[in-house]
Design a binder for this molecule. Structure first.
Ligand code: AMP
Ligand code: ZN
Ligand code: ZN
Length: 348
């Protein structure tokens, strides 16, 4: 996808190696990195006023999207006014896939000087996602999604951050959005809004600053930055025919009209999602009677599922475990550094 040999970078005049089709730009490696960081900075600014989001928790799966996102955020942290940046990785107990993901996520945080909360579901609960799915007779992906949402929110609350930052990129968001329109499940669609507002003490604001960033750009960014990312994908992941067809359709539309995906994503975020997420928010703002986390009817999905599997709701125990992990992080940061989450010298 690189431009022809003699084409020059639009920023510095050196030979260009990247053609950014949707922006009609030829760039050298260095200026592509700067360009993508600039895009994320502008997307962040569009989501929230910088002074409202100063302390963030980045959920790092180990995949190229969230590893690149963490790298980008640390690269722009001063411009974005980010005072504290934390990383979170959840080891879901899915065999060697989870082992590699944990190692990659920890390494990414360490390299950037970002304090990392690494939690193992098996340590917190005694079971990993595969066993939990089997025991509850629910699909692994739905159990996994619910567990991740629960833990990410609980850690965000414990740290008292302004927002948790997720690495969903535009291609995935659009495929989910179109699939939801096809199947009529619009509640699900609202879960992928670029900004899901929080509720004080109950639900941490979630932001997805890659909602207008192409997957291909993230692959290139991670390669140019030499970032280590997880090679394979989750063994439970399956691409059904509808998703594969929609991905194909989007690719063709983008080829015909570069930038198509960006305008579609923007329209969905601006016109459709705000109305959907309002409804979803109102329905999920009751604290769970067991663990205090958000629920729609007084018992959160995590407590409901674990009650079925263990005979008692495990939310309170898991929250205790999370509290202890955050205390350990604070204690180790207090001995190792000036301020947990604050910029480390040399992280660029
Ligand atoms: P996925 O649902 O796997 O496509 O992941 C979407 C986003 O959720 C990622 O970009 C991360 O921000 C976050 N995420 C997924 N898996 C994990 C994990 N095991 N630990 C921490 N964050 C995760
Ligand atoms: Zn250049
Ligand atoms: Zn609960």
């Amino acid at each position: 996808m690189g431009p022809e040999g003699s084409v020059k970078c639009a920023r510095c005049g050196r030979p260009a190696r990247v053609r950014v089709q949707y922006a009609k730009l030829n760039l050298c490696d260095e200026h592509f990195i700067e360009y993508l960081r600039g895009r994320v900075l502008r997307l962040l600014a569009r989501l929230a006023r910088p002074r409202d989001i100063r302390r963030v928790l980045v959920a790092v799966s180990g995949g190229k999207d969230s590893v690149s996102l963490l790298d980008i955020l640390v690269g722009i942290r001063e411009l974005a006014g980010l005072k504290e940046v934390y990383g979170l990785h959840i080891d879901l107990g899915i065999g060697s896939y989870s082992e590699e993901s944990l190692a990659v996520a920890k390494e990414a945080c360490e390299r950037l000087g970002v304090p990392c909360v690494a939690l193992s579901l098996r340590d917190l609960l005694g079971l990993g996602v595969p066993e939990l799915a089997k025991a509850s007779r629910r699909p692994a992906c739905s159990v996994c999604g619910m567990v991740k949402r629960y833990i990410i929110n609980a850690v965000g609350l414990e740290l008292g951050v302004d927002a948790v930052v997720l690495g969903h990129h535009m291609d995935d968001i659009l495929v989910f959005a179109l699939k939801d329109l096809f199947t009529g499940d619009l509640r699900d669609l609202s879960k992928l809004a670029p900004l899901s507002p929080g509720v004080d003490g109950l639900l941490v604001t979630r932001i997805r600053p890659l909602y207008e960033v192409y997957e291909q750009d993230l692959a290139l960014y991670s390669a140019l930055r030499g970032l280590r990312v997880v090679g394979g994908s989750c063994p439970f992941k399956h691409e059904d025919f509808l998703k594969a067809a929609l991905r194909d359709l989007l690719r063709k539309l983008e080829e015909e009209a570069p930038g198509f995906e960006i305008s579609l994503s923007r329209r969905i975020a601006r016109d459709l999602l705000p109305r959907l997420s309002q409804g979803a928010q109102e329905g999920s703002a009751v604290p769970c009677k067991y663990c205090g986390m958000p629920s729609s009817n007084g018992v959160c999905s995590f407590c409901r599922l674990t009650e079925k599997v263990f005979g008692r709701p495990m939310g309170p125990i898991v929250r205790e475990g999370i509290k202890a992990a955050v205390l350990r992080l604070r204690a180790s940061s207090a001995t190792n550094g000036p301020h947990p989450g604050a910029p480390a010298s040399g992280a660029r």
